[in-house]
Write a protein that binds this ligand. Structure first.
Ligand code: LFR
Length: 465
């Protein structure tokens, strides 16, 4: 067997990256080609993504990847979920909105007046998040001018190939996909006044979306197929979470902490709805039965505010080391409090929740944040176990949060379960694995793919104290 290579584009809410993934001969590894910042940008009509800049970074990164590794055989793209671009005859109508824009509040009210949340849950299985795509569509006046709506990874794939599709794992975050059928719920779309004609044909991870358009093949330096991966970043992360038994929970931790278990059948109970547990579709028709906990967003927004105050940058590892050294008990707040969702002065909003207890030093404040996130993780792990009837004996914590040792240890302590931390780049690895499998360069079952991850990326273990 020889080593084969693919390019993975992985776009997160705070940064994006292009990587080369190499697989074969017992090897599975990543080479970072480029990393670029991402985040909300304030425009006249609200919060957007700077999609034009992102797309340029993607194309440049792919060209550099091919320069470094001419043997690359395909491209896969994943990103955060729910956000979209509208197209009319192939032209993007406007810059995509950011899911933290607050225009969706009205959409929630209007949608629930037509289809109450309990009905939606039976149909789409999704937890309530105010930014789920259907609420965004409902208040998007530009919808009338569009003939196609594409989620971010599908939009990039379209610009690269000219083929418009909806990859299923990400489509499941729109609220318009039937939780059991895995097909568009056009009846629901019609009732909500969302033209079902804008919903593109669905494809599964592993399908070839198309070949690069000629001009892009020239710019990138090679004619390559774009292969659908678990294009929802969390779906890709769960592929590469090295779960070895059904008794393992996962936490995919970056901006968000996605906490749950993988199921083969949905749990559409009242209790699951009331606990706000979601059924997002995973690769190979699994369900990602999970809850969104606000993750490192709380820390990164806090650090951003302190940096603005200081006019200089803060060394995060240093801050976390100081936070670890705090030995007094710190006060806790609800990491999921709705007041923490928007960008802006995070320390003030957290301090408002903590009241008179708010720590006065930065290390203690950071410790409060980390412990509060870990507490919310522990609640969600317990709820996942109760609702699914699964006894849990370990937690795989993957993504950027796996580098935060304080968070890993606090999660172990507060759940009473061992935390197996890593891989940090689970999302990109999941992206690479699904492409490689489609190319015949990786084993065929999820279990075998995870075994390969476990063998090549040994997790670090944190036992509860
Ligand atoms: C994580 C993530 C979550 C989704 C949130 C918003 O990056 O994709 O799964 O709920 O971002 O899209």
């Amino acid at each position: 067997m020889t080593v084969r290579s693919v390019a993975a584009v992985d776009l997160g809410a705070t940064s994006g990256r292009v990587m080369i993934g190499r697989i074969g001969d017992g090897r599975l590894d990543l080479e970072l080609v480029s990393r670029f910042p991402n985040g909300p940008v304030e425009r006249e009509d609200g919060l957007h993504w700077d999609f034009g800049a992102l797309y340029e970074h993607v194309v440049e990164g792919l060209a550099e990847a091919v320069r470094r590794e001419p043997g690359i055989e395909s491209i896969g793209i994943d990103s955060w979920a729910v956000d979209y671009g509208l197209l009319n005859d192939g032209a993007l109508l406007a810059e995509p909105f950011h899911y933290r824009d607050d225009r969706t509040v009205r959409g929630v009210d209007e949608v629930h007046a037509i289809a109450p949340f309990a009905e939606l849950y039976q149909r789409n299985g999704l937890q309530f998040l105010p930014f789920n795509t259907l609420y965004q569509y409902r208040v998007d006046t530009r919808l009338a001018d569009a003939n196609t709506a594409l989620l971010i990874p599908d939009l990039i794939a379209f610009l690269l190939t000219g083929t418009a599709v909806a990859e299923r794992t990400n489509a499941s975050t729109t609220g318009l996909l039937g939780v059991e059928s895995g097909e568009w719920d056009t009846e629901l779309a019609d009732r909500l006044g969302i033209p079902s004609g804008i919903l593109p044909p669905l494809v599964d991870p592993g399908a070839t979306i198309g070949m690069l358009r000629a001009d892009l093949a020239e710019r990138i330096g090679k004619d390559l197929p774009v292969i659908a991966v678990g294009s929802h970043d969390t779906a890709s992360a769960v592929v590469a979470a090295p779960l070895s038994t059904p008794h393992s929970a996962y936490i995919s931790c970056g901006t968000w902490g996605l906490v749950g278990v993988e199921l083969t059948d949905p749990v559409l109970t009242d209790a699951a709805r009331e606990a706000n547990f979601t059924h997002e579709l995973g690769v190979d028709s699994r369900y990602r039965f999970l809850h969104n906990v606000t993750g490192l967003w709380l820390l990164s927004e806090t650090v951003r505010a302190w940096e603005a105050e200081d006019g200089s940058s803060i060394d995060l590892p240093e801050l976390l080391a100081a936070a670890s050294a705090v030995d007094a008990d710190v006060p806790l707040f609800d990491a999921n409090d709705a007041s923490l969702a928007a960008p802006g002065d995070m320390p003030a909003r957290i301090a408002a929740l903590l009241g008179a207890d708010a720590p006065s030093t930065r290390p203690a404040f950071a410790r409060s944040i980390v412990e509060s996130i870990a507490t919310a993780f522990a609640d969600a792990v317990q709820t996942a176990s109760d609702l699914s009837g699964r006894e849990l004996d370990s937690i795989h914590l993957v993504g950027g949060g796996s580098l935060n040792r304080l968070l890993c240890q606090a999660t172990a302590d507060r759940t009473g379960l061992p935390v197996l931390a890593g891989p940090v780049e689970a999302t990109a690895l999941g992206n690479v694995l699904v492409q490689a499998r489609a190319l015949g360069a990786a084993p065929s079952t999820l279990e075998e793919l995870r075994a390969l991850v476990a063998a090549t990326h040994e997790p670090e273990r944190f036992d509860p104290r």
